[in-house]
Write a protein that binds this ligand. Structure first.
Ligand SMILES: [Zn+2]
Length: 451
């Protein structure tokens, strides 16, 4: 149907006094309530049109009632749909329906009709608008609230606008979200140069401390590919889920980078090759030697040495044109470093630095994976988890702002949303378009504005 809407506005203007800013300021104030009135008008016309088509079966052919008047047969225990499409108008329900919209609260009059075939009473407009029987908000509203929470400006969204939602309401929106759908597709591992995972503490309900764990992939172009977010979940369970998402035929020449978190030593072992974060390595050694009783000035020469041993520079550029003699210096240094680390371990053992020896032993087995991969394939893979730490900072900053009373599910879902919005913007937009059901069935233009 094509319909005009007429808008009449009155304005008063202090001639000679008013400035442009004030005019714009007042117009801006008007916009939400104007939209709400237009929405009301469109729904009213639509309701009339539907009622007209369902009552005047003498004028309208059945194909003009397509998509209208669907209802369950009255008193049918099997809850089947009625074939009847001819109705009698039965006025309006006493209670209008309040629906929260992005423009503010819409108060919708609910017209009822009675089916002449089965006698059922129903509201054809709610059916036509695909509003559930008990829905009290539309999805754009949810979209704006979620976006505001992620951008940490939800206070501004609510204050000074007719939007009304409590912290508890936001919690429910986040918990009820189906964002998990976006974390189920399989991920093309061919496009990735590393997988990494780590955990960080988060404050939850009643000051309880929880742990948020995140797994990401790094693409060849250096982008973050979210693989999963988990709250208070065991690593073995996370491993299973991540593995299911990674599409691959055989063991891969990509590293799994981690900072030495217990439980991650053999994470994804049959998919990727463990690489301890080379930035955390020396720090971990400092801590282990401190446990052995060494002061910083005594352990520093050792941690500095380790730093230098793992700092092997790999030549960037096309591996195909690298000759063996280009690779040889790296190979030599790699072997020398391994040897010197073995000597360090022996030295620690001789001196009785048991923690230091055990730490370095464990570290040494997973320290040069990126060098080995380069020697084999020429791909320079990440060797630190700095990108993942940036992800944690992004999530943490937002969770902290609103983090009271967040349950496991809320922390998980919100983190998932933050990651998708931040790193897969296109997916995020598609997700909302699909949820909103934007399919090109409604368009509106301004024909003229005159006075
Ligand atoms: Zn019926």
């Amino acid at each position: 149907m094509e319909q005009p809407i007429y808008i009449t506005l009155d304005y008063e203007l202090a001639t000679g006094d008013v400035n442009l800013n004030e005019i714009v300021y007042r117009l801006k104030e008007l916009s939400d309530s104007l939209m709400l009135k237009i929405l009301e008008q469109i729904l009213k016309s639509y309701d009339d049109l539907i009622a007209e088509r369902l009552t005047r079966t003498d004028i309208y052919a059945s194909k003009q009632r397509k998509g209208l008047g669907r209802h369950l047969r009255s008193d049918d225990p099997n809850r089947r749909f009625c074939r009847g499409r001819k109705v009698r108008k039965r006025g309006y329900r006493r209670q209008p329906r309040k629906i929260s919209t992005v423009f503010g609260d819409l108060v919708l009059r609910i017209r009822e009709v009675e089916c002449l075939t089965c006698g059922a009473r129903y509201c054809p407009l709610l059916r036509a608008l695909k509003i559930g029987a008990y829905a009290h908000k539309e999805m754009n509203f949810e979209h704006e609230v979620i976006e505001a929470v992620i951008d940490t400006n939800y206070r501004r969204l609510i204050d000074g606008r007719s939007i009304d939602i409590s912290l508890g309401g936001i919690h429910n929106l986040v918990v009820g979200s189906d964002i998990d759908r976006l974390y189920q597709d399989s991920v093309e591992v061919k496009k990735m140069s590393a997988v990494m995972a780590d955990g960080t503490g988060v404050k939850q309900q009643k000051g309880r401390k929880g742990e948020l764990r995140v797994a990401i992939g790094i693409t060849h172009t250096g982008n973050v590919e979210p693989l999963g977010c988990f709250t208070n979940t065991h690593w073995s369970q996370i491993e299973q889920i991540v593995k299911e998402r990674i599409k691959q035929a055989k063991g891969l020449d990509i590293p799994f980078v981690y900072d030495g978190e217990p439980g991650l030593d053999d994470f994804l072992a049959d998919v990727a090759q463990s690489q301890r974060c080379t930035w955390h390595g020396p720090r971990g050694l400092y801590h282990a030697l401190w446990e052995d009783g060494l002061k910083k000035k005594d352990s520093q020469p050792q941690t500095d040495k380790l730093k230098q041993l793992i700092g092997i520079e790999l030549a960037e550029g096309d591996f195909q044109i690298l000759k063996d003699e280009d690779k040889q210096p790296v190979k030599d240094r790699y072997e020398a470093s391994k040897k010197q680390i073995a000597e360090m371990i022996k030295l620690f053992k001789d001196k009785g630095y048991d923690h230091g020896a055990a730490y370095l032993q464990n570290l040494s087995e997973r320290l040069f994976t990126h060098v080995e991969i380069w020697l084999k394939t020429g791909v320079i893979a990440p060797k630190t988890i700095s990108l993942l730490e940036r992800v944690f900072r992004e999530i943490g900053r937002r969770l902290k702002k609103i983090a009271w009373g967040w349950s496991d599910k809320a922390v998980t879902n919100l983190s998932k949303m933050i990651m998708i919005k931040q790193y897969s913007r296109e997916k995020w937009e598609q997700y909302w378009k699909a949820k909103l059901g934007i399919k090109g069935y409604f368009s509106i233009q301004i024909t003229s504005v005159t006075s």
